[in-house]
Write a protein that binds this ligand. Structure first.
Ligand SMILES: Nc1ncnc2c1ncn2[C@@H]1O[C@H](COP(=O)(O)OP(=O)(O)OP(=O)(O)O)[C@@H](O)[C@H]1O
Ligand SMILES: [Mg+2]
Length: 278
């Protein structure tokens, strides 16, 4: 039986039968996904499988070769940049890399998206807004610092404050915990949960971090070779019978890759006996 495809109003954001290639590389092969309003949808999958590309379709930063993208039932993949401005103000985006402008202070970074859309006249209100957004991520007081003086985790939090500066309906997070230690990662997880709870945002999170995925997701979808191969809540994914899903969530190397390594002939020996730790 062929699965009925999604309809434009099945979710706040709907991608429908999208195909995307770069040259001869087929990245997304007829992908459909309806993102439910107010929920956190997590996209997982191996490096290079197209997670970021899929997410960028949802805000028309990348356009499909085939298929359609809808926001609130309106088709957005055919809008021009000027028409998209109206849609994009509803989104906050935490990019995978280069989150902040190094030459701007924390304060200037946060007001950047506001200045893109409005001429600021009431600076007192803006000061208050920056303070409020920074407080939301536990970074009030850092207004005059520059990104290079902040730790990776602090930079992510400031980037998050910037992403929520315009009170978005949707927040997209591209690998928000990558490069952070487990404690700082968990701070980000808690923030994602808090923003969902307090701002009622719809969140889309791309991650490799299964601990984070299990904690924050209402729904997890796994991309593999251009297709969605798993889709469900944390328990569903944890107990998924598909060997590729199992391998990925357990971080195990595949048989083919393992065989290749064996051919390399490297032998490993443990350096310590168990008794050394007694
Ligand atoms: N603008 C582009 N031009 C050409 N190829 C691209 C472009 N953007 C992405 N790709 C290719 O598409 C594939 C999917 O990229 P994508 O960034 O979505 O991967 P990803 O799943 O987010 O990986 P990672 O986990 O490493 O971030 C990659 O092979 C990438 O090289
Ligand atoms: Mg990516």
């Amino acid at each position: 039986m062929i699965k009925a495809s999604v309809q434009p109003n099945d979710g706040l954001i709907v991608v429908r039968n999208i195909v995307k290639s770069f040259g001869r590389l087929l990245v997304l092969d007829n992908v459909s996904l309806a993102v439910e309003e107010g929920k956190t949808t997590v996209i997982i999958g191996p490096s290079g499988c197209g997670k970021t590309v899929l997410m960028k379709h949802m805000i028309s930063l990348v356009r499909p070769n085939e298929g359609e993208v809808y926001f609130k039932g309106e088709r957005i993949d055919e809008l021009n940049e000027r028409q998209l401005a109206r849609i994009r103000v509803e989104y906050g985006f935490l990019f995978q890399m280069g989150a902040l402008f190094d030459s701007l202070s924390v304060y200037e970074n946060i007001i950047f998206p506001i200045q893109q859309h409005h001429k600021i006249t009431d600076w007192k209100a803006i000061d208050e807004l920056v303070k409020q957004k920074l407080a939301m991520v536990g970074m009030d007081g850092f207004q005059m610092q520059f990104p290079s003086n902040l730790s990776g985790g602090q930079q992510k939090r400031v980037a998050l404050a910037r992403a929520i500066a315009m009170d978005p309906n949707v927040i997209m997070y591209d690998e928000p915990t990558t490069g952070l230690d487990p404690i700082r990662s968990d701070v980000i997880n808690e923030l994602i949960l808090k923003l969902k709870r307090e701002l009622k945002v719809t969140s889309i999170v791309v991650t490799h971090d299964m601990k984070s995925a299990y904690k924050i997701a209402d729904r997890i979808v796994m991309l593999h070779e251009g297709k969605i191969i798993a889709d469900g809540d944390a328990d569903h994914i944890r107990n998924h019978p598909h060997p590729v899903v199992e391998q990925f969530i357990e971080g195990k190397i595949g048989e083919a890759d393992l065989a290749a390594l064996r051919h390399g002939g490297t032998k490993f020996q443990t350096q310590y006996a168990k008794d050394d730790f007694k």
